[in-house]
Design a protein around this ligand. Sequence first.
Ligand code: ADP
Length: 416
Amino acid sequence: MHFAAGIEDRLFTPARIRLTAWYVGVLTAVLVVLGTALYLAVREQLLNGVDNGIHQVAQRATEQWIQQGQIDVSALSTGPYTVTLLSPNELTTFSRPGHPHYDPASLKAAYREGSDTRYAGRSGDRQRVYSTRVLQNGDMALIQVERSVEPEHEALGKLLAGLLIGGAGGIVLAGIGGWFLAGKSLAPVRVAFARQHAFVSDASHELRTPLAVIRANAEFLQQEQPDNAEARDIVNETDRLSALVDALLAVARGQKHVDEHLETIDLSGLIETAATAFQPLAAENGLELSAATADDIAVRGDREQLRQVIVILLDNAVRYTAEGGRVHVQARRDGGSAIVTVHDTGVGIGEQELERVFERFYRADEARNRQSGGVGLGLAIARELVTRHGGRISVESTEGAGSTFTIQLPADRGSG
Ligand code: ADP
């Protein structure tokens, strides 16, 4: 069993990359959503805790003011809290070194609106300030409680760093794991592909010999009894079967990577040679076959495969053109491309069938085609080979008037 590593890698590596990318993408999305939700929930929780503490201190200060007409600012300013009292007679604030005393703007807002909660401080959001207006016997006082939210911000910063580092690590690990898993899940497909490939190749090979023997015997019979219709049928059907086997073998063989036999090819020379080889058959069918190729059109590729493409197109053109028709093959350079056209004045292809002629085993108008001896694989092989060379193949046709097949290949940069 031989493995065609080139084509397999080209088929399976993109699939593996796509699977891994999906895996990583989905995991990243999940991590981002979960991480954001976690961060926001923790933040909310921490800042709510800050506000609750501040409100409790303010509540105690308010009670002292209402009961005693004064506030022990120093006693209330415990832990992270700083209490400030602005009464008709005094402004008392607890003073800590390097700490802002109080926030006048918040006091003003509480004076106007009854209470005020805001962030203050030098960097704008590092002090939480709550101010409230208290009335006692017609006397109004403003009480302000402030505390730093630096510890909360520090904790949130650490959480964010942890989430980012953990998330990035998780994504990298997911990428490695995903690559490995994708490789594992594609492995059976790879093996099946290689087996099927080897099977087609081996089976075609094995079928060739018995077919050759059958044909030789039938031909012998035919020579002995020229009027034997059965013998003639056997020869014809064996030819059809041989063509099918050859095509299958070509498909299986062709799946080897083109890089293996890469060389610079004189496309004009290759076409001229192929056209010359078809002259006798064209003459026999009463067709005029001509070729016009520009000099020096070079492409990089596999000579045998490109020759096969031209042969398939010429063979079709000759087969599907009636006596008295013309077949013309042309090659030219157009910018960075080499363009080959094979034009015939044959039966043409119906509009609905145009799309499908490149499909495997597709044969337009089966009844009409039966005697032409093809099996519907030629154009599928041609397209496969052209695509492998980085090119494109297309067809234009008018039923009853003729067809033009066009191949576009990347020209070799050294030529032209
Ligand atoms: P086949 O072995 O039948 O020729 P191909 O894949 O080469 O298989 O072609 C598929 C079908 O496309 C053919 O059966 C035929 O109907 C149509 N076709 C191909 N080339 C031509 C052409 N030059 N003129 C008209 N019909 C064509």
